[in-house]
Design a protein around this ligand. Structure first.
Ligand code: ZN
Length: 383
């Protein structure tokens, strides 16, 4: 081989080796880049949690609804059996075996038991952070949708402190400091003087159900809205048979707004009035409220199908009315089925909770109501 060819081969070999090394380096770089992207994806917390509370929804009314739906409505049992798991909750408050809704919601919202009729908790001169505050700290959006005043015990426990739940004006004054993104409910009268403040902070205000219905159908406006405060009524919204809107539709509107945040959201929905007709021992009205509750679940489960990064948790806060289903001779559950109420107030039975989604938390068969806070926190906040 003469020198010319020899040099040529050395050149080609050198070129080949150089190309090979470059290719290997490039591949290493690419793989490490992909790996770090995957890592940061894993670290990114974009989870959302929807807590659906049926106020006063103990096991008796769930059982009644389940049978009633099958035998008197559509030949199908309740879709509560579409959830992934269930467990029982002890409902006692700090001072009483029978809780009220203020202490019950405070347990869920903060992880602390308080005395009946107290909303939230003060510690070291500061309101103890609720699950909603913790979601805010993680740059998630937060929302409340209720069928009572926005200042009623259950919603109040998620954003306010008051030693007396009945001080609804004092509670209303605190909503703005929660920096909440979506609040839909009754109680317009408590907010009239506060509305300029909310507007200043960038809230869109809807003052009645007609304005809310208009927004529901306006996708462009939903995209434009930053924060929403929407009122269904001056005081409490009417009962189901007199409402011309569904809790499911209001929940959908809230989720359409909240889910714009890529970091996820926390939403508390309350089927508020199941409790009230338990107090009044009005079975048909209780069943009607259960229907509205079930339609909300139906919507949430369909939302879950395309949004797996969500946990849906639904439960009561206590039983109410002491309902028993006692028709020994009945072969089906219709309007003639014999029932009995034993109380006009709440009772102390444990209540069932249902969840859809993946929980990495060891849930015992029976948990204290305060543990609901930790179950939610482990999914939504801790990564
Ligand atoms: Zn009640």
């Amino acid at each position: 081989m003469n020198k010319f060819f020899k040099d040529k081969w050395v050149g080609i070999l050198f070129l080949l080796a150089f190309s090979l090394i470059s290719l290997i380096l490039f591949l290493i770089l690419l793989i490490s880049k992909l790996h770090s992207k995957e890592l940061s994806n894993n670290l990114k917390n974009d989870k959302s949690l929807i807590l659906l509370i049926g106020d006063g929804m103990g096991l008796p009314i769930i059982s009644a609804w389940d049978y009633y739906k099958k035998d008197s409505i559509d030949n199908k049992y309740s879709i509560l059996d579409g959830f992934d798991g269930t467990f029982l909750v002890r409902t006692r408050s700090k001072d009483k075996i029978i809780t009220d809704s203020a202490a019950a919601a405070t347990a869920y919202a903060t992880g602390y038991n308080v005395d009946n009729y107290q909303v939230g908790l003060i510690n070291n001169n500061q309101r103890v952070k609720t699950i909603m505050d913790l979601a805010k700290d993680k740059n998630k959006s937060t929302g409340i949708v209720v069928l009572c005043t926005l200042t009623h015990a259950t919603p109040a426990a998620f954003y306010a402190y008051s030693s007396k739940r009945s001080d609804e004006q004092f509670i209303a004054n605190q909503l703005i400091y929660s920096n909440i993104d979506v609040a839909i409910g009754g109680g317009h009268k408590y907010f009239k003087n506060l509305i300029p403040k909310f507007k200043q902070k960038g809230y869109t205000i809807l003052e009645n159900i007609y304005q809310i219905n208009e927004l529901k159908n306006n996708k462009q406006k939903i995209n434009e809205i930053n924060k929403l405060l929407a009122f269904l009524s001056e005081n409490h919204p009417p009962k189901q048979s007199e409402r011309n809107y569904k809790l499911a539709e209001l929940s959908e509107l809230a989720i359409n707004l909240l889910s714009k945040n890529p970091n996820g959201f926390f939403l508390m929905i309350e089927a508020s009035q199941i409790d009230w007709y338990g107090h009044d021992n009005l079975f048909k009205d209780q069943i009607n409220e259960m229907k509205d509750y079930e339609e909300t679940i139906k919507f949430l489960l369909s939302y879950y199908k395309t949004n797996r990064n969500v946990l849906i948790l639904t439960l009561g806060d206590h039983d109410c009315g002491g309902l028993t289903l006692i028709d020994y001779n009945a072969s089906k559950f219709d309007d003639n089925f014999k029932i009995n109420y034993s109380s006009n107030y709440h009772t102390s039975e444990h209540i069932p909770a249902f969840y859809k989604g993946t929980i990495n938390y060891q849930i015992k068969p029976i948990v204290n109501n305060t543990e609901i806070f930790y179950i939610m926190k482990s999914f939504l906040i801790d990564n």
